[in-house]
Design a protein around this ligand. Structure first.
Ligand code: XMP
Ligand code: MG
Length: 183
């Protein structure tokens, strides 16, 4: 779906398909340089990271492995609590692996900082993060995101994997959701 197909549900177009694909190419060149001669394990965080993973993996001129995790933050409402529950774990053994976590968005950073610690504790050689989007709140926690696509305003965004109540994940771009949709 195009952003224009749901224009009435958005207050703003934040990123077009072209801006996203250009950025994924740019990040891929950095990743190729940093992992030259290696075969990193890309770990996608379900479900939001599906689009980033699909595009990043195909853009990379490297052999990679792909694995997936699903996690959920305990606690009330829409705020991430930092206490994370694993809903679907990895199939891979991480010993000696160079792990690159692939995420759609880093907001409070609580989920990712927990995930990095968890994966490091499994014996990975290195654990780095690639996130397409980063919200300003993320700056408040100590989580080192090596590859960031775009710093975005502190608004609720949808598209390109990001959902509201499971909708809008299949938009080609990213937009700011209009308050009337979730009011
Ligand atoms: P943290 O722990 O960094 O959690 O606060 C990040 C997770 O929160 C979700 N999230 C969003 N999902 N639009 C969305 O569709 C947003 O604007 C948004 N901000 C945070 C998302 O699941 C991410 O992995
Ligand atoms: Mg997510």
């Amino acid at each position: 779906m195009e952003l224009s197909d749901v224009a009435a549900d958005l207050t703003e177009v934040l990123l077009t398909e072209k801006q996203i694909s250009d950025k994924i190419a740019e990040l891929s060149r950095l990743i190729e340089r940093d992992y030259e001669g290696e075969r990193p394990l890309l770990v996608g965080v379900l479900k939001g990271a599906v689009m980033v993973m699909a595009d990043l993996a195909r853009e990379l001129k490297l052999h990679i492995d792909m694995d997936w995790m699903a996690v959920s933050s305990y606690g009330a409402g829409t705020q991430s609590s930092g206490v994370v529950r694993i809903l679907k774990d990895l199939d891979s053994d991480l010993h000696g692996r160079k792990v690159l976590i692939v995420e759609d968005i880093i907001d409070s950073g609580l989920t990712l900082s927990w995930l990095v610690k968890n994966l490091r504790a499994r014996g990975a050689d290195s654990v780095e993060i690639c996130a397409l989007l980063r919200k300003p709140e993320a700056a408040k926690v100590q989580v080192d995101v090596k590859y960031v696509g775009f710093d975005i305003p502190n608004a609720f965004v949808v598209g390109y994997g990001l959902d509201y109540a499971e909708k809008y994940r299949n938009l080609r771009g990213v937009g700011i959701l209009a308050p009337h949709v979730y009011a």
